[in-house]
Design a protein around this ligand. Structure first.
Ligand code: CTP
Ligand code: ZN
Length: 154
């Protein structure tokens, strides 16, 4: 599959997010706040054939070494994503994202009566746990649990 992986060319320097479940690359961009205002060169490959995953997505951000704390938020929707830090075309560091224990300001509480929805400005705070392979987020303010994380990303 090596040749096919080169649907997106190698980068000289920056961050490569690999092994994203097929279709989830858009959510990865959302979590990283990559949008039309982003200056960096960003490439994204969807539905790339993969031995391990069947199909996967890849995101490459050139010229930017995204902080580990930022990258670990990706585990909310892509628990097996791999991060590659590239320098001079070489992989300087490779690691798997790790589920954060707590996230702030990236999830919206589903409970309309929750103080995080009624009083502005309050940053949402959620505690993250893996329960039987699923990722569960629990609101710091009202205790409401989220199972479908992707639906509540801000
Ligand atoms: N990559 C890149 N630019 C580089 C080097 C690597 O964009 N200069 C990308 C590759 O295209 C790949 C990822 O970084 O998407 C990881 O590269 P590599 O470790 O060579 O690939 P694999 O062995 O397939 O990775 P893994 O063992 O994590 O499956
Ligand atoms: Zn709440």
């Amino acid at each position: 599959m090596k040749e096919r992986e080169l649907v997106v060319s190698k980068i000289r320097e920056g961050t490569v997010i690999d092994h994203i479940p097929a279709g989830k690359a858009f959510l990865v961009l959302k979590i990283l706040r990559i949008d039309e205002k982003t200056k960096e060169t960003v490439s994204m490959a969807l539905n790339v054939p993969s031995k391990k995953m069947g199909k996967k997505d890849i995101v490459k951000v050139e010229g930017l070494f995204i902080k580990e704390d930022e990258l670990n938020k990706i585990a909310l929707i892509a628990p097996n994503a791999t991060i590659n830090m590239i320098k001079d075309y070489e992989i300087e560091k490779k690691f798997k994202v790790k589920l954060p224990e707590i996230v702030q300001g990236i999830l919206r509480c589903p409970n309309k009566m929750c103080i995080s929805n009624t009083k502005e400005p309050i940053t949402s705070i959620f505690y993250i746990k893996a329960e039987n392979g699923d990722v569960i987020a629990k609101c710091h303010y009202c205790g409401k649990k989220i199972k479908k994380i992707a639906e509540f990303l801000i």
